[in-house]
Design a protein around this ligand. Structure first.
Ligand code: CA
Ligand code: CA
Ligand code: CA
Length: 806
């Protein structure tokens, strides 16, 4: 009931917004009444905000079409003009993904005009939807008369079976393969104004939050349980491991009723997900890099799959180079000022394509993996896909020669020389190189056979089966004959994780603090959500990589246990709340303002979708012998009555502290939980409670505060009469395990002792020179070190009154 009421409210808000949009688009209040449920899905259809929300559909990478605002408008002050077209498909485009729905009918209107002198007297134009990949559907057409505004006015119904996760509306002239033969007829400039697509309001975005516990407490694979990530590539920098991954969560869209998402659509993916860890168990979510697509760092690319990253000093500046597959057709690179950006594109075109020397016969010019040798020379490994049909079938299967090695130049964003063939047996994709003890190791993913690889063929003895990770060992990073093949280092993941986890893989190897680690992916989180019927959403895993004395690799066994935690987690600092060992029912979202932990230029996220019963947890937090006094959270309350409980050991473990999130709703503020009896090493669970059915709060950061350090000392004081005068005696026993300095201070004098041994006393009897003194206090100042930290403890002790005689 709660859910339904919330959705109904949202629907009414959307309907009200509709009226505003229609008015803004030029539909007067007196126009034909529009049903309340209908809405105009086009933003800035009249171009009165210039080109906002519009971009040019280039048709292909070599099309140089330009979109500009023009005052030659049908209505208002502006329209859009497209010029320099070299393909018929180029024209103004707006992304309607997430707005249009399969099975719905829409009315499309727009005004269009062309007027070039040599053009035909009339010309047909199309409004077309690009549904991703090669799926284009003409929606509405109009035949315009040269020099006059023509009107698109028609309806279209999206077929119930159409996938609409990508839906981009654009305007074009009828397709022809070689428009350059008659550019006046096919490639005229044209002007567009007053575009609207009216129909059912966009569906409220379904929640992507993963409600199951996707990474089980105590286990270290998958690395994260609150989102997906594939093709992980590990980078070690400044004591942390950064993992860059294809953002499989981008197109994940679980049906609100069934909880099941359509199968993964790689064409949806133009972001790279980044996580990092200093211990390989607690991972910080750094969110997504918008790499490709119209709003991407490299807008001339459409997809960002299978990232590979390295760092290099260029002209005295350390830079980070993030390579990725722009679909199967090309590979590209963007440049980061740090592992977390900011990111820029030094190129205006892709790095590797069919024109790259030596890559001409590579079917899929993708999966770029960089490697910088000890002498600073950088290399890039790339390629995969169907073997050339010029080879005999058995060779196509066993030695498809579809992977390449090429040198990069010193800029890291250009290749030099000719790509060399990597003759990896049964190779499919995912070439990756690392170096160990002077030898180069190239690992890769093997193919599944079929017509692309010579049809029904058998692997040669010792060659990989389908979907395995094989490897070669060479003395030369550019020389990979088939004789360098060394075996299979990882069988298919389904051998370890069972039904629903098969498919191809993509690996990397990194060295962290003296050990080698192997990264791969498996749809294990998808399996925890949907059982054995998975939809292809992959999760990152890591196992340790071990070597035999002869340098060969011991075959890796995939486990949910994963790798050992490299070090305990340090709680005594500000750290991002989007750092999880484990979690349940939460999601993350980007927030403005940079990261408190990683710096102002780094992205910052907050934990969101926190409901009653959700939790996040940290593995092996070391509170030290002295323990923690409190923990502070930076939170934004979203409802009254929320609470954070701090528990040890498990989500139902003992509560050691509670913070009420009673700060003003909607504002970021700090709340603190006092902690009792928290010392040593524990898994820490933050459990969240409050009213059911509402988001309770968001969390940005945590910081634990250490208990005040005290040097232990036992104090006694007395007063007695000696020779007609009162003496006040003060004694302090050092109960610390190391020597300390002790200063005794009274109203009658003071005395300091250096290096009082453990168990020894500092003692002084002060002569008051009086026959009678009242009760009073002495101050004892103890100085020493605890755990390498200088500590001063100040205590007082009472002494009684003293008198001589009666
Ligand atoms: Ca206009
Ligand atoms: Ca939740
Ligand atoms: Ca944060």
């Amino acid at each position: 009931m709660e859910q339904r009421m919330r959705r109904a409210t949202r629907g009414r808000v959307a309907a009200l917004a509709t009226v505003g949009l229609l008015l803004a688009a030029g539909f007067g209040a007196g126009a034909a009444p529009v049903q309340a449920a209908d809405t105009n899905l086009v933003v800035n259809g009249g171009f009165e905000d210039g080109l906002a929300n519009w971009f040019v559909n280039n048709g292909n990478a070599s099309d140089g079409a330009q979109l500009s605002a023009t005052s030659d408008a049908y209505a208002g002050a502006n329209a859009a003009l497209v010029t320099s077209r070299t393909t018929t498909g180029s024209g103004p485009m707006q992304d309607l993904s997430g707005k249009v729905q399969a099975g719905q009918a829409y009315t499309l209107t727009a005004r269009i005009k062309y007027e070039n002198a040599n053009g035909p007297a009339t010309k047909q134009f199309f409004a077309t939807m690009h549904y991703g990949g090669g799926t284009y559907t003409n929606l509405v057409s109009v035949t315009a008369t040269k020099g006059q505004w023509a009107q698109f006015n028609g309806t279209f119904t999206i077929p119930a079976t159409q996938t609409v996760s990508t839906a981009r509306l654009f305007f074009e002239t009828p397709w022809t393969a070689t428009p350059s033969t008659d550019p006046d007829l096919h490639l005229m400039d044209f002007t567009l104004d007053d575009v609207s697509v009216v129909g059912a309001a966009p569906p409220a975005p379904a929640s992507k939050t993963i409600e199951v516990v996707g990474k089980l407490p105590g286990e270290h694979n998958p690395l994260i349980g609150h989102k997906f990530g594939a093709d992980g590539f590990g980078l070690v920098h400044d004591g942390r491991v950064y993992m860059y991954m294809t953002n499989d969560t981008q197109g994940y869209a679980p049906n609100p009723a069934t909880g099941v998402s359509p199968g993964i659509n790689y064409g949806d993916i133009n972001q790279i997900t980044v996580i990092s860890s200093a211990d390989l168990v607690n991972w910080t979510d750094h969110g997504e890099i918008q790499v490709a697509g119209p709003n991407g760092v490299a807008p001339f690319t459409a997809n960002s799959w299978a990232p590979g990253i390295t760092k290099k000093m260029v002209n005295g500046v350390e830079k980070f180079f993030l390579y990725y597959a722009n679909g199967g057709g090309s590979s590209n690179v963007i440049t980061g000022a740090s592992p977390l950006g900011p990111w820029t594109s030094e190129r205006t075109s892709t790095l590797i394509d069919g024109r790259t020397p030596g890559a001409e016969n590579v079917a899929w010019k993708f999966d770029p993996a960089p490697f910088v040798d000890d002498d600073g020379q950088p290399y890039l490994y790339f390629g995969g896909g169907p073997a050339s049909t010029s080879m005999p079938p058995a060779e196509r299967f066993n030695n498809p020669k579809n992977i390449r090695a090429i040198e990069l130049d010193d800029t890291m964003v250009a290749t030099q020389g000719t790509a060399a063939v990597v003759d990896a047996p049964v190779a499919f994709e995912a070439g990756h190189v690392f170096k160990r003890q002077g030898k180069y190791y190239l690992s890769y993913s093997s193919h599944f056979g079929g017509n692309d690889f010579g049809g029904s063929q058998q692997p040669l003895p010792g060659y990989p089966g389908g979907g395995q990770i094989g490897y070669l060992i060479s003395d030369n990073p550019m020389s990979w004959p088939k004789e360098t093949y060394a075996g299979v280092l990882f069988p298919n993941q389904s051998q370890f994780f069972g039904a629903g986890t098969g498919g191809n893989n993509h690996q990397s190897v990194f060295e962290f603090e003296g050990r080698h680690y192997f990264t791969y992916h498996a749809p294990t989180l998808n399996k925890r959500i949907n059982g054995n019927t998975t939809q292809g959403y992959r999760s990152p895993h890591i196992q340790e990589l071990a070597f035999n004395p002869d340098g060969t690799i011991q075959q890796v066994v995939g486990t949910y246990a994963g790798v050992n935690q490299v070090r305990d987690f340090d709680p005594y600092r500000v750290f991002e709340a989007e750092t999880f060992g484990w979690s349940k029912g939460v999601a993350t979202t980007k927030v403005d303002g940079g990261s408190a932990q990683f710096g102002g230029a780094a992205p910052n996220l907050a934990v969101r979708d926190i409901d009653n019963g959700d939790w996040t947890a940290l593995s092996s937090v070391n509170f030290g012998d002295n323990g923690a006094r409190s923990v502070t959270a930076k939170v934004r309350a979203l409802a009254a009555g929320g609470q954070i409980q701090v528990r040890l050991g498990s989500a139902t473990g003992p509560v050691v502290g509670t913070a009420a999130v009673d700060t003003p709703v909607g504002q970021w503020a700090e709340v603190t939980a006092e902690l009792a009896g928290v010392s040593g090493v524990h898994d820490v669970y933050f459990t969240y409670t409050g009213p059911a059915g509402v988001d309770l709060f968001e969390i940005d950061t945590w910081a634990f505060q250490a208990a005040t350090l005290e040097l232990p000392v036992t104090l006694t004081a007395s007063a007695r009469c000696v020779g007609g005068r009162v003496y006040v005696a003060v004694q302090a026993r050092n109960d610390h395990g190391a020597p300390v300095g002790i200063a005794l201070e009274t109203a009658y004098g003071e005395r300091s002792f250096a290096a009082v041994a453990p168990g020894a006393n500092a003692y002084q009897s002060f002569n008051t020179r009086a026959v009678s003194v009242p009760a009073g206090s002495a101050t004892v100042r103890v100085t020493g070190a605890i755990g390498g930290q200088d500590v001063t403890t100040v205590r007082t002790v009472q002494h009684p009154a003293g008198t001589c005689g009666g």
